[in-house]
Design a protein around this ligand. Structure first.
Ligand code: AGP
Length: 612
């Protein structure tokens, strides 16, 4: 999730661009840059990898002059976070600068054509393709905006872009398709651009939200809005009433709740361009192993910590069930000290949202030292773990700010399901089963949306259980890792003790804990072990326990047996965790809010544990 800013007006642009970029720091970034055009048509671009302060120092030392410019904070999706990959990207003739938020899905094809046409690329990014397309179009277009439109007609994917050119000093052209972008309408000939209102609110509360397919031209004399297919359009000017803190959270009270509600989008993003419905398979560009190398793997170890260990456990279950390859999940902190049986026929998969967890990085290095091939399932592009692995699958979930991992977990599960399908279809899984899986994965975002609509009911549930001192979370099969994850979420944010167990393990000890003060959360969706879980629920009810059951839509049976039920849609058993975890995320969140804890930064916890 990158941040875009822009300014044109009577003031020097550079300080305003930096101030706007500071307002977007919460979006997460690994590099930043600005481009400024002065009235005589000199275009200067300054970029730095790392924190914004690096860029500020460079600008302070040698500030570009000019009253028109654009800026960008980058959250890497293609290409590591380096200065060369930082935005703005420049045309070959250095007359055009462009910033972009989104993913150009057909970048490889476009890059090949442009390179054949003589354009030399300086970066590994998909964005650089767009600025060369604009340069190519501008050779014959009558205006910068015409060149931008012609370029965008060739782009497939999501974008929010802003473009300036020394051939058009004092003009910014912006366009939006899939990535948010707005205009700030200032007074006395001042116009701004931002990925969200935080970028412009210091100057104006009057904003124009661009729609998909819109583009706009901003100059000191005014702004004009267009749609690619409708031509000139008028867009409503809204007044922003939020304060800055609320804007950073998108209007949600906490990042955790915002990220829970982002999951329909992040589940689209982790599958974008990767589902091959016709073939019943997936395209994973990050898997650089040849099929024969992949088929030579004799066993898989999946390692991670905390929530990432829970998704790794689901990965173990999936790969063994569908790819029929011996697979074992390992706590990273245990793996590296247990003299693990790992050799060149082993694939070790490291799962990590941050890509910086010290235990997981150390386990990965130990695996490489023993000759294993290594793969990453990581969110942060260019992170240490991502760079340490031989190949991998990025989550594209955007920054996860809340310490309690939510959207990363569901994206990890889907990424592991995609890899499982990739492997299984090469190891005998039928095309029919492959197609069913692809169709079920494609339906997940809408199904998650349906569950999120029950948020109010789950808030009421939280009020009934907020005073409990202990919780049990119970599930079988693919729902056992969900039980573990639900317990961790509650522990982390509400400080209530909670344990996850295989439901069948109840009778081997935990059932001694059951009484009317001990809520038991059962994961009981329609799956092959549903009836067994019903028996476990009856065992708890027979001992006056209180039962919250996550059940499939239409299940009336457990309405009669459980004290509370939360309904979720049906899907394939190994994809059900993506749905059954959502109510548990919301339950943990709302109980924590009612208990007044620091939901986004719970006591004693860090977002990324970079120490052993
Ligand atoms: C999960 O909610 C916790 N924040 C924690 O368990 C986390 O999953 C763990 O520290 C691993 O982090 P990583 O995914 O960034 O490696």
């Amino acid at each position: 999730m990158c941040g875009i800013v822009g300014y044109v007006g009577p003031e020097e642009a550079a300080p305003i661009l930096l101030e706007s970029l500071r307002r977007l720091e919460y979006r997460g970034y690994d590099s930043a840059g600005i481009a400024v055009v002065d009235p005589v048509g000199t275009l200067r671009t300054l970029r730095r990898a790392g924190k914004l302060v690096e860029l500020e120092q460079v600008v302070d030392a040698d500030s570009p002059t000019g009253t028109c410019g654009i800026g960008h904070t980058r959250w890497a999706t293609h290409g590591p976070p380096t200065e060369e990959n930082a935005h703005p990207h420049r045309s070959q003739d250095d007359t055009i600068a462009l910033v972009h938020n989104g993913i150009v899905e057909n970048a490889p094809v476009l890059r090949d054509r442009l390179e054949e046409a003589g354009y030399a690329f300086r970066s590994d990014t998909d964005t650089e393709v767009v600025v060369h397309l604009v340069e190519e179009a501008y050779r014959t277009a009558d205006s910068l905006e015409e060149a931008v439109v012609r370029a965008l007609e060739q782009v497939i994917g999501a974008y929010g872009i802003a473009v300036v050119s020394s051939r058009d000093p004092g003009k910014i052209v912006v366009a939006r398709n899939g990535s948010p972008l707005l205009l700030g309408i200032g007074s006395n000939g001042e116009y701004l651009v931002g990925s969200d209102a935080a970028a412009v609110i210091a100057h104006t509360r009057d904003v124009v939200y661009l729609n998909d397919g819109d583009y706009a031209v901003l100059e000191p004399a005014g702004y004009r809005t267009y749609h690619l297919s409708e031509g000139a359009v008028r867009r409503h000017v809204h007044e922003v009433t939020w304060d800055l803190a609320a804007i950073e959270k998108g209007g949600y009270p906490h990042f955790m709740l915002k990220e829970i509600f982002e999951q329909p989008r992040t589940l689209e993003d982790v599958t974008r361009g990767r589902l091959l419905e016709e073939e019943g398979s997936v395209r994973l560009g990050g898997i650089t192993l040849a099929d024969r190398e992949l088929l030579a793997i004799k066993r898989i170890v999946i390692t991670g910590c905390g929530t990432s260990w829970h998704s790794a456990l689901l990965g173990e279950y999936m790969i063994e069930e569908f790819a029929r390859l011996p697979t074992k999940v390992e706590y990273a902190s245990e793996f590296r000290y247990k003299n693990p049986v790992v050799d060149e026929d082993t694939l070790v998969i490291a799962v990590s949202q941050s890509g910086e967890t010290a235990d997981t990085l150390a386990a990965l290095k130990e695996a490489k030292r023993r000759g294993a091939r290594t793969m990453g399932i990581v969110n942060v592009v260019g992170s240490s773990i991502a760079r340490e692995t031989d190949f991998g699958v990025y989550l594209h979930a955007g920054p996860e700010i809340g310490v309690a991992s939510t959207k990363a977990f569901t994206s990890q599960v889907v990424a592991l399901a995609l890899f499982t399908l990739y492997l299984a279809r090469r190891r005998g899984l039928s095309i029919l089963n492959g197609r069913r899986t692809v169709q079920a994965i494609r339906a997940l975002p809408g199904q998650v949306e349906e569950i999120l609509a029950q948020d109010e009911a789950i808030q009421a549930l939280a009020a009934r259980y907020e005073d409990a001192k202990n919780f049990l979370y119970l599930g079988r099969g693919f729902q056992f890792p969900v039980a573990l994850e639900g317990a961790l979420k509650l522990k982390e944010v509400s400080y209530i003790h909670a344990e996850g167990y295989p439901a069948a393990e109840m009778k081997h000890g935990p059932i001694a804990l059951i009484d009317e003060r001990m809520p038991a959360v059962f994961l009981a969706p329609n799956d092959p072990v549903y009836q067994k879980v019903v028996s476990n629920i009856e065992e708890v009810k027979a001992r006056a326990g209180r039962v919250i059951a996550v059940v499939s839509n239409g299940n009336g049976e457990l309405e009669m047996k459980a004290d509370d039920c939360i309904h979720i849609p049906e899907t394939l058993p190994h994809l059900l965790p993506v749905l059954s975890v959502i109510p548990l995320q919301l339950l943990a969140y709302h109980i924590a809010v009612r208990r007044g804890t620091d939901v986004d930064q719970p006591r004693n916890l860090a977002k990324s544990v970079t120490v052993e």
